[in-house]
Design a protein. Structure first.
Length: 97
């Protein structure tokens, strides 16, 4: 398993490219977007990559960047035409009381 730590100044374009490359290159089944923790699983449901966003979710600009990144990655997943899927729980998990 590889972990990537990203701060609030991450580049949407560079991070999109990194995640999309991983998902295109390896046999990936599932991307679990759970707030600041994005986990990529293989077909055996083993964790392969973890992207940990160490950001302030109360910052509007950061939330917009994360939404842009999420939409870019989801668009890529849907274009793969295989069994790769995702769970989107970006905002709900962050603001739960």
């Amino acid at each position: 398993m590889r972990e990537f730590f990203l701060s609030g100044d991450f580049s949407v374009e560079e991070t999109t490219l990194k995640i999309n490359t991983i998902m295109s290159k390896w046999s990936i089944q599932f991307l679990d977007i759970n707030g600041p923790n994005w986990v990529i699983f293989d077909y055996d449901m083993n964790i392969k990559y973890v992207f940990l966003f160490q950001v302030d979710f109360n910052d509007l600009e950061t939330r917009i960047k994360l939404e842009d990144l999420k939409l870019n990655v989801i668009h890529h997943i849907e274009s793969l035409k295989d069994e790769t899927t995702y769970r989107d729980n970006l905002i709900n998990s962050v603001f739960m009381v």
